[in-house]
Each structure stands twice: as C-alpha cells, then as structure tokens.
Design a protein around this ligand. Structure first.
Ligand code: FO1
Length: 304
C-alpha cells in the first residue's frame, strides 16, 4: 500500500496499519518541507515520526520525538546561552547527527533515510518526497517565517495570511517516489493537514498527473469544522478553503475518488464517494480499526 504522510495524523494510521498488513507491504511517501537544520544537524520531523512509529519508539503523547527521551544536550545548550529553535531529545538528536553526516558526505536524503530505516529495524519503505530542500513559509501580518518558527516559537498563534513553499519550483520528486506512485492502483492520503503536510508532496512536478490516473482515497483530518489536531484550520482558511471535510475534498479535487470522513461528519459532496467510519484514532485498537477499513477500500489490479 502506498500512503502519503506528513505531520502527526497519518502516523497514527500507520501505527494501526503495520498490525493489519505486513509492514514490508507499506510504502510511505513523506513531506520534507518542514525539515530544518538545527545546531548543525538536519531535523526531518515528518520522516522521523514515521520511522519512530514503525520502530515502536514514537512518543505517543506528542507524536514527535522518541518516548522517554531526555533533553540534557538541549538544556545544557540553553545554559550556554544557545537557544535551539526546536527542542531536540538526546536520542532523537542522534538520528539528526547520522542523517546530517551522511548528507555532508554527499548521500541523498533518500539514502540517509534508508540507512536510518535499516538501523531502526523498520521494514516499511520510507521515502522522502524529494532530495532537494523545500521550506514551508508562513506569511503573518508581522513577518514571513519558517513553519517551525510559526508552530514552535510563535505557538501557531499569529494570523496566517498565506502559506508558500520556498524552492518548490526547483525541487524534483525522487525517482523512488515516482516509481512507487506508479506501481500501485490505489494511493492513500492519510489524515494529515492538506496544506502543509500533503500540499508540498502534491506541489512537486509530476505527482498530480500520476494521481489523476489512480484510485485515490483520502482520509479527512477534520471532523465537522474542527481539525483533529494541529494548525490545519488556520492554514486551510488562509488558502481560501472551508475548514471542513468538503474543504479537504476541494484541496484534492483534481484527483480524489473517495473521501473517508468521521461518522459524526455530515459532509455531502457531488462527484466524490464519501464513506463514513470512526476516524478518531485515540488508541492502537482504533488505529487498527481505521486501517482495516482503509485496506477494505483499496483496489487491487483485478478490480479495475
Ligand atoms: N513541536 C513543538 O511544538 N515544539 C518543539 O520543540 C518541537 C521539537 C521537535 C523536535 C523534533 C521533531 O521531529 C519534531 C519537533 N516538534 C516540536 C514537532 C514539529 O514541529 C511538528 O509537529 C511537525 O513539523 C509537524 O509536521
């Protein structure tokens, strides 16, 4: 199964999916536009959340970082008057050190991710959307800032006027991503924020034309008019979309076939098949239930 992921919504689905189908049958294409160099090392939050989820070490209270991690280096840096823009755990930091060292030695982000995947014993394929740097920038009334500054330093509080992806026009999807997207009939878009988590993957040249030829299932990260978590509402509004499952469908209107919405959601849409189930993944069991439901919607080649 091919799954597009970013942020924290889709990893919750992956936590269930890995118990429902063989992990090696899962390929995850991951957003990299929120990546950032911090203290000399490369942090890829969305890749790491996916890797840690498969490895069973994700901190499920926050859905980023490693569970029971310590923050000695981060706190010691603070004592030295050095304030990191992201609070990095000690174990988590080792991931960033290894990745950065590989990149400095001319490996691609795809190769670095593959090395980390193998070291962590993850059997699923985890593919960064691109090997090129892309940065999500949030336009606020006072300044334009990196997504991580908006989310962490400013706590997601400023009004959002616009969201842009720096360097998107020169970034290319990797050959592995194109090959993976082309290889299967059905593509699943996880319940992630459609603007900053999935939007950058869709913004890469050549991705939408492939999706237009596929059976695309998306899971709405919104119930009623509220995102299940994170800043999706503010960001969707800034891009002119209604904060609702209908708004999510609109974000994907060029290629979407099926939208999975929560059973409490009243969404009705012409031209798109809506299916309802419980999309709140408050436990591993709930993640598995949703994963089983999604697996049931996947079209195998013979269903064509
Ligand atoms: N989110 C926070 O709210 N505060 C942090 O200090 C923070 C640090 C951090 C470190 C590593 C990492 O992989 C993620 C981290 N996040 C932190 C989460 C991150 O900002 C976002 O959840 C993702 O970028 C969402 O896609």
């Amino acid at each position: 199964m091919i799954v597009l992921s970013g942020g924290t919504g889709t990893p919750k689905l992956l936590r269930g999916l890995k118990n429902v189908i063989p992990e090696e049958d899962i390929t995850v294409i991951v957003n990299t536009a929120e990546d950032r160099w911090v203290s000399g090392n490369l942090v890829c939050p969305d890749i790491d959340t996916v890797l840690y989820t498969f490895a069973g070490i994700i901190d499920e209270r926050k859905w980023w970082g490693i569970k029971n991690d310590t923050f000695h280096a981060h706190e010691t840096l603070k004592k030295l008057g050095y304030h990191e823009s992201m609070k990095l755990g000690d174990q988590d930091r080792t991931t960033h050190i290894v990745r950065a060292e590989l990149i400095r030695n001319d490996h691609t982000l795809t190769e670095a991710t593959e090395r980390l995947r193998s070291s962590l014993g993850v059997k699923a394929r985890v593919l960064p959307m691109t090997n090129d740097p892309v940065a999500t920038m949030v336009d606020t009334p006072n300044s334009k800032m990196h997504f991580q500054d908006f989310w962490i330093a400013h706590k997601g509080e400023p009004d959002v006027l616009d969201v842009k992806f720096d360097d998107m026009d020169t970034a290319e999807p990797t050959p592995e991503v194109i090959e993976a997207l082309s290889s299967e009939n059905t593509i699943v878009i996880g319940p992630s924020n459609p603007i900053t988590s999935i939007g950058p993957i869709l913004g890469l040249e050549g991705v939408i034309p492939i999706l237009q030829k596929k059976h695309v299932i998306a899971i709405s990260p919104i119930i009623g008019n509220k995102p299940v978590s994170g800043p999706a509402g503010k960001l969707m509004r800034a891009k002119g979309y209604e904060v609702s499952s209908a708004g999510v469908a609109q974000c994907y209107e060029d290629f979407l076939d099926v939208l999975v919405v929560d059973r409490r959601d009243n969404c009705v849409l012409p031209n798109i098949e809506i299916v309802k189930t419980n999309t709140m993944m408050s436990s591993v069991e709930r993640s598995m239930e949703l994963a089983r439901f999604i697996v049931g919607l996947v079209r195998s080649p013979k269903d064509n």
